[in-house]
Design a protein around this ligand. Structure first.
Ligand SMILES: [Zn+2]
Length: 323
């Protein structure tokens, strides 16, 4: 799937209200000097930040940036002198204080093309303490015509002093109906497959779109089929375990958590799941523990721990659910 563009065709349907809010503020000259776009991964925060940036810099804007003026063309070519993109450098996981200083130095200069300067800071929570402190100064003493747009999946990782000085724009997991319609239209795939992609993505629309455009979704189906066939058959663990070990481990543990969560929900609601036998006899308490363990293991596999052992233990516990 391609990234959305700078103009109206680029907005995801679940962001329409956020856009209307931004536009209303802008037109009434009530836009905050700094905004924090926050919400789960894969909900379009980056796209919204880009659309806002383009609209703020455009020299002939309507509801959206025009896409044609000098500003829009420079921005599309990553050469806009009034735009600053602040993110961790290639060899680093954090935004450093020197980077913030260079940015604030440039923001202090007068604009050369547009009426404003825009800084896009992402992922904002990767600023280290010194960088956040340096940014705080420009939040406390804003320069008239600059707008800072911070984006974060994990706003809790930002100092309260930063958060409290930004206008929060929160994107929640969008309504599944809206996302489902959008995915069917943009991917041209059957509704059943789109639904499965959305389940595999835990409701995240852009992750679901990625699954629909790749073989990953078939891997998710195999995980579910494997879990179903394993119930009451602990002897089959090693075979399934070696099959699943070939998958991306972070993704695998996310899926195991999602699948376990679906089973818990189906027990609570008394509704069957299409990928498990109706009489599977799973127990909610044990499942809650399995889900907790899957979430924990997703963090652990990023370290040097033996992922294959974690997986075997988890699968044995799953298989032994059925007495
Ligand atoms: Zn323009």
């Amino acid at each position: 799937m391609t990234e959305p563009g700078l103009t109206s065709s680029g907005i995801y349907p679940w962001l329409n209200d956020h856009w209307a809010f931004f536009l209303q503020r802008l037109e009434r000259d009530r836009l905050a000097h700094a905004m924090l776009i926050q919400g789960p991964a894969g909900t379009g925060k980056t796209a919204l930040a880009r659309l806002m940036t383009a609209r703020l810099l455009c020299r002939e804007p309507h509801d959206f940036a025009c896409g044609q003026c000098r500003s829009c063309k420079l921005l599309a070519g990553a050469a806009h002198p009034d735009y600053f993109d602040l993110q961790p450098e290639e060899d680093s996981e954090v935004i450093k204080v020197d980077q913030v200083r260079v940015m604030t130095g440039k923001l202090d200069l007068t604009t050369s093309i547009s009426e404003r300067k825009v800084a896009y800071i992402h992922p904002a929570e990767t600023m280290n303490a010194a960088a956040a402190n340096a940014l705080l100064k420009s939040l406390e003493e804003p320069v008239g015509n600059t707008v800072l747009i911070l984006v974060s999946d994990n706003p809790g990782g930002l100092p309260v002093t930063i958060r409290s000085r930004c206008q929060a724009i929160t994107i929640n997991q969008p309504d599944p109906g809206i996302v489902q319609d959008w995915l069917v239209k943009t991917s041209a795939q059957p509704a059943g497959r789109v639904r499965e992609a959305l389940q595999a993505a835990g409701g995240s629309p852009l992750r679901a779109a990625r699954y629909l455009a790749s073989p990953e979704l078939d891997a998710f189906s195999r995980v579910r089929a494997g879990l179903s066939s394993l119930l009451g058959r602990p002897a089959a663990v090693s075979q399934l375990s070696s099959e699943l070990n070939a998958l991306n481990q972070v993704e695998l543990w996310r899926w195991l958590s999602i699948c376990t969560g679906e089973v818990i929900k189906s027990i609570l609601l008394g509704l069957p799941l299409n990928w498990l036998p109706a009489d599977a006899g799973l127990r909610g308490v044990a499942l809650l523990e399995l889900q907790r363990q899957a979430d924990k293991n997703r963090q652990l596999v990023a370290t040097s721990v033996r992922g294959d052992l974690l997986l075997q233990v988890w699968l044995i516990n799953w298989a032994e659910q059925v007495p």
